[in-house]
Design a protein around this ligand. Sequence first.
Ligand code: ZN
Ligand code: ZN
Length: 142
Amino acid sequence: MDDQELYAIFRKNGYKVTSQRLAVYNYLISREDHPSADEIFNALKEEHPTISLGTIYNSLSVLRDLGLIQELGFNEGSSRYDPNTEVHVNMVCEKCGEIHDYYPEFLETLWEKITNSLEITPTGQRIDIYYQCEKCSNQMKE
Ligand SMILES: [Zn+2]
Ligand SMILES: [Zn+2]
């Protein structure tokens, strides 16, 4: 999606396009590990000295309401933010919390079968797999 399309989505829904909202979105799509609000704040505060954690949360909730990102809540309380709103699998390391996306080729077909057999039109979805990433399972062996 280019900036023009992004602007159009904001305006159509009555939200102001601010440089901070754009910065949060652009940062999220540049990352593949679904950062938390704290991580986004730490990454952006140097380039945007006036940004606050509150602004980050506000931007994230606007982006979520616009359907541009997905908020992944976890038991321990802090949410992670996923710029990928299509059907995919989140591989979540239960040790370090790293999240990576996985798109098996058959997922689309499988998903269609599931939603067809339920006879519903899903309005959202989330598929998480918990495991221990390579780094963490190697640490265990030492
Ligand atoms: Zn994801
Ligand atoms: Zn790990």
